[in-house]
Structure formats: structure tokens, C-alpha cells
Design a protein. Structure first.
Length: 221
């Protein structure tokens, strides 16, 4: 019990991780958008929707993630859902407000792809390690990794490349190629730094979920 108490993140830890993580993601998305590039996941779908229709990115991003919030509730429970809704709402707000405070006069597309992808990856990692996400494919990938041992980075790569295929409808081939490079940079972060059992901060969360699963099996028996 004492070990679990030491491993548990405080409310301050979570709040700071949410703020830093979502700001990293918002900045990465801003760099990609300034260079005319896209990204994978639901953020990529929201980006393409924004480019095609002019609808606000933050609002579209939040709405697209609603089905994944339902999945998050079923897979991880109400606490993970609450954390993910807060993180996604915060990111949606930041992406809407950030252009008023930060603009890029010129940014090299290759640098934007590399830095944007890495920033988004580190932001997602910050949220995942505090038992939260920004909805989308990442939630499903983390569940499949925890449940079956499948690597989240590789799962996200496959999903993101599917979104990139749709990007050919709105972007030039060179832009799509650099967008794929951004996706690769993002998933390198997750593939290298989010592995089962590596991060002690998951210990309490995993034990609690295992206990709940054991109780559920006992009730069915």
C-alpha cells in the first residue's frame, strides 16, 4: 500500500502533465499547419475537415473524439474518461487560442514535420503516463497494448498511415510525404518510450484494473 501511495501521481502532477502535454501537442499541430502539412489520427481527420470546409479545428476535433470517449469509458473506466475529456477539451481550447498568440512567418517544411511530430509524440506520452489521452486511435492502441501486448506505436502507425492516404485528396504528394514523416517521428516517440511495464507510474493503475477484472470474473462464475 505504501509503495502504491508513493507511485501515485498527485493532482498537481496530473494538472501539470495535462497542461504541458496538451501545449506540446498544440504547438506541434501549429507547426504542421503553418507548413501546410497534416498528421495522423483524429487530429489528422480534423485537420483535413478544417482544410476542406473551414470549420474550426478545435470543435471538429472534440466532436470526432466523442465515440472514442465512449470506448475509453468501457475499456478503462470513468476516471480515464474524465481525464481524457479534460485533456481533449484543453487541447481544443489551446488550438483555437494559440494562433492569437503565435504565428510562423516562415518555417521549413522538413523541420516542421520533424519537430511537429516529435512534439506531438512527447505531448501524447505525457498524457498517457498520467492515465489520460486525447481520445482517438491512441486510446484504442493503449488498450490493445495493455490487453494483448501489441505495441502502441506500431498500431498507431498503421492507423495514421490510413489517414495519410486520405490526405492525397487535399494535399500535394510532397506535402503528404512530409506528413508521413511527421507521423513516423510521432510514433518513434511512442514506440521507444511507451512499452509495457517500463513506467512505474502505471503500477497502481494496472493493479486496480486487474483487481476489477478479477472481481468481474468471480461474479460471472
Amino acid at each position: 500500500m505504501d509503495d502504491e501511495r508513493q507511485l501515485a501521481h498527485s493532482l498537481y502532477d496530473d494538472a501539470l502533465a495535462f497542461l504541458i502535454g496538451t501545449l506540446f501537442i498544440a504547438l506541434g499541430l501549429a507547426m504542421l499547419k503553418a507548413a501546410g502539412l497534416g498528421i495522423g489520427g483524429t487530429a489528422g481527420i480534423a485537420f483535413l475537415t478544417n482544410k476542406a470546409t473551414g470549420l474550426d479545428f478545435g470543435s471538429v476535433f472534440f466532436v470526432i473524439n466523442v465515440p472514442f470517449f465512449i470506448f475509453a469509458y468501457l475499456a478503462f473506466g470513468p476516471l480515464y474518461l474524465l481525464r481524457s475529456v479534460i485533456a481533449t477539451a484543453l487541447l481544443s481550447l489551446e488550438t483555437t487560442l494559440l494562433p492569437s498568440f503565435l504565428t510562423f512567418g516562415h518555417i521549413d517544411p522538413v523541420l516542421a514535420a520533424a519537430m511537429g511530430g516529435l512534439l506531438i509524440g512527447m505531448g501524447m506520452l505525457s498524457l498517457i503516463r498520467h492515465q489520460a489521452g486525447i481520445g482517438g486511435f491512441a486510446t484504442a492502441a493503449v488498450y490493445l497494448q495493455d490487453r494483448y501486448g501489441w505495441r502502441a506505436g506500431k498500431l498507431l502507425m498503421a492507423a495514421d498511415l490510413s489517414v495519410m492516404a486520405a490526405a492525397f485528396l487535399l494535399l500535394q504528394p510532397s506535402q503528404v510525404a512530409l506528413s508521413v514523416f511527421a507521423v513516423i517521428c510521432l510514433n518513434i516517440v511512442l514506440a521507444f518510450y511507451h512499452k509495457p511495464g517500463r513506467y512505474a507510474g502505471f503500477a497502481r493503475f494496472e493493479r486496480r484494473r486487474a483487481k476489477a477484472a478479477s472481481v468481474a470474473r468471480a461474479e460471472k462464475a
